[in-house]
Design a protein around this ligand. Structure first.
Ligand SMILES: NC(=O)c1ccc[n+]([C@@H]2O[C@H](COP(=O)([O-])OP(=O)(O)OC[C@H]3O[C@@H](n4cnc5c(N)ncnc54)[C@H](O)[C@@H]3O)[C@@H](O)[C@H]2O)c1
Length: 403
């Protein structure tokens, strides 16, 4: 075990606060990072009682003052897990203080903030990271390696979807439904992931958005004291919402429920992206299909340990889809550090694997597969912006237009 340590300060303590707390504490156990993470301080709003969160999740200290925290000489890495409008202020403060910074996705609520974050990171030269965590599902990391080796030939066509069904009208108002706080709805939440994931796996850049639609189905939502806590709606909260249904005030939803768009890539390939929060029955269908001249791959996070591969170079009579269980430590990224073959891994492992790669990069070593930094996430944000312009102005949009 390394004797080097880095003190992590985590800004925010909601859904992602729990998953990152788990990752920063598990990474030193499952991996042997060159620098060990120390859960130093968690920031939360006073009403959230961050001292209780700190005790439960193993943080040494808690704080209700993020501005002092990010500048503290004791802090080595700032990790941001707040709503999208609250990414840019602590991120810019952290890099200005010369501290490496990891930030949840989408990189920010607006393109301007995303660009400013990328510029601030370039100026300060510190390492930055954005938690596009699905890159680290072993099947997705393996798909990236397969495509890089040429296993599917030249890519001609990509379909990417991220469909969820948690946002029916019974779900009350939360920051996710307000443009000033979230930037967009399903678009920044879900399309951000699949744009990043397909850029990562296919190694292609989107050149043109060839039309888009954006729609909001539920235009008003109940404002209740106890919000839905991001995407997590527990049985207890559902009971509370139903009891409160008659009396609650209504808030205007100012973000999309669904955004779909078509694209052309820089190699001439074509693609489509779909994000929806009311795609009933699709609870976390985060997937892609990538079709090339020699073969194809398919992935759906609801079955995250498997990758589908079609090898079109085999004799025609035996061609067919192969279901690869991506749990073999000798062949598939990350899994050697968890359990033996076919002892399946889950959602939280992606965060632990990303924490490991961040610690490798901070020690000057190469991560298992490439990590997205602020500039990379800004490029994804440009694609999202191009799709919104295409939807609003009902036209094709070249990425060169979007700065
Ligand atoms: N990588 C992923 O797969 C993934 C999954 C879910 C969410 N996210 C992203 O993580 C971020 C947080 O999402 P979440 O689901 O954890 O949200 P959440 O609502 O569960 O928690 C957000 C936390 O941020 C803090 N916060 C809230 N409002 C604040 C304010 N006004 N000022 C300061 N701090 C405030 C609080 O500590 C709160 O608990 C978002 O950017 C979201 O898009 C990423």
């Amino acid at each position: 075990m390394s004797d080097k340590k880095i003190n992590v300060a985590m800004i925010g303590q909601g859904f992602m606060g729990r998953s990152h707390s788990n990752a920063w504490s598990q990474v030193n156990k499952f991996f042997d990072p060159p620098i060990n993470s120390v859960l130093h301080t968690v920031y939360g709003m006073a009403a959230e009682k961050p001292n209780i969160f700190a005790e439960k999740w193993g943080w040494l200290h808690s704080s209700t003052d993020w501005e002092s925290l990010v500048k503290s000489p004791e802090v080595g890495l700032v990790d941001i897990v707040t709503p999208n409008f609250m990414h840019s202020p602590p991120a810019k403060a952290a890099v200005a203080a010369g501290k490496p910074c990891s930030c949840e996705k989408p990189i920010s609520a607006t393109l301007t903030e995303a660009r400013e974050m990328a510029e601030a990171a370039a100026k300060s030269k510190v390492d930055t990271f954005v938690w596009f965590v699905y890159r680290r599902a072993p099947a997705v990391a393996f798909a990236h390696q397969l495509v890089k080796q040429g296993a599917i030939g030249e890519i001609r066509h990509i379909r990417a979807v991220y469909l969820q069904d948690w946002a029916d009208e019974s779900v009350p108002f939360a920051w996710r439904f307000k443009k000033e706080l979230a930037g967009s709805g399903s678009h920044g939440d879900l399309n951000a992931h699949i744009v990043d994931m397909t850029r990562f796996v296919a190694g292609l850049e989107i050149d043109t958005v060839c039309g888009a639609v954006a729609e909001t189905f539920v235009k008003k939502r109940k404002i209740i004291e106890q919000d839905s806590g991001g995407g997590i709606v527990t049985d207890e909260k559902m009971r509370y919402m139903k009891e409160d249904a008659g009396s609650a005030k209504l808030g205007d939803v100012t973000v999309d429920d669904a955004v779909l768009f078509l694209v052309k890539y820089n190699n001439g390939a074509v693609g489509s992206y779909e994000a929806a929060r009311q795609a009933t029955g699709n609870q976390n269908y985060n997937g892609f299909e990538i079709n090339g001249t020699k073969g194809s791959i398919k992935f759906n996070f609801e079955d995250m340990n498997h990758l589908q591969f079609y090898d079109a170079t085999r004799p025609r009579e035996i061609q067919g889809w192969t279901t690869i269980m991506c749990t073999h430590g000798g062949s598939h990224p990350y899994v050697a550090n968890y359990w033996p073959d076919a002892h399946l891994i889950g959602y939280e492992h992606g965060f632990t694997s990303m924490a490991y790669d961040i610690l490798l990069k901070l020690a000057g070593k190469t991560p298992t597969v490439p990590l997205p930094d602020f500039n990379d996430a800004y490029q994804t944000q440009r694609v999202l912006e191009a799709a919104l312009v295409a939807a609003n102005e009902k036209r094709w949009v070249k990425l060169d237009e979007i700065k």
